[in-house]
Design a protein around this ligand. Structure first.
Ligand code: SF4
Length: 119
C-alpha cells in the first residue's frame, strides 16, 4: 500500500493505493483523485518552473533572468534535461508574459513560456 496526497485541488485528500496489478485507489472524494494517483505511480509528471537568461544581461530593476513555466507537466525523469535546456536559453527582449521561449521541447509538446513581462 502506498499513500499519496492528491494535489489536483486544495482539499488535498489522502489517497491510498493498493498493490499491482489492480492498483485500487481509496480515500479520493472525486474521480480526479484516482486518475491523479494512477498517473503519479505509473508516469509521474510535474509542471516545471525556472528562469532563463536575458540576451545582453540585466535589465530594468536589475532583472537578470526571465521567470518561465512549462505549458504542461513534464515526465519527472526528463526534468533535469529540460532544466539544462532552459538554463542555456537566452530570451531576446522585450518579453511578454505568455511568450513561448522554447517551443515543443524535444518533440514532447512541452512549451516553455515566460510568466513575467520584461521590456
Ligand atoms: S480527490 Fe478530488 S476532492 Fe480530493 S483532493 Fe483530489 S481532486 Fe480534490
Amino acid at each position: 500500500m502506498r499513500t499519496l496526497t492528491c494535489i489536483v485541488c486544495p482539499i488535498g485528500c489522502t489517497l491510498a493505493v493498493g498493490e499491482e496489478p489492480e492498483l485500487p485507489v481509496s480515500g479520493n472524494r472525486c474521480p480526479r483523485g484516482a486518475v491523479y494517483a494512477l498517473e503519479e505511480i505509473r508516469s509521474p509528471r510535474r509542471v516545471v518552473t525556472a528562469t532563463c537568461g536575458i540576451d545582453g544581461g540585466a535589465r530594468e530593476g536589475g532583472l537578470r533572468r526571465v521567470p518561465v513555466k512549462s505549458s504542461v507537466p513534464c515526465p519527472r525523469e526528463k526534468i533535469p534535461e529540460l532544466l539544462a535546456d532552459i538554463y542555456k536559453t537566452r530570451a531576446a527582449l522585450p518579453v511578454k508574459s505568455g511568450d513561448i521561449l522554447i517551443a515543443d521541447w524535444r518533440g514532447t509538446g512541452i512549451n516553455i513560456f515566460a510568466i513575467r513581462e520584461i521590456g
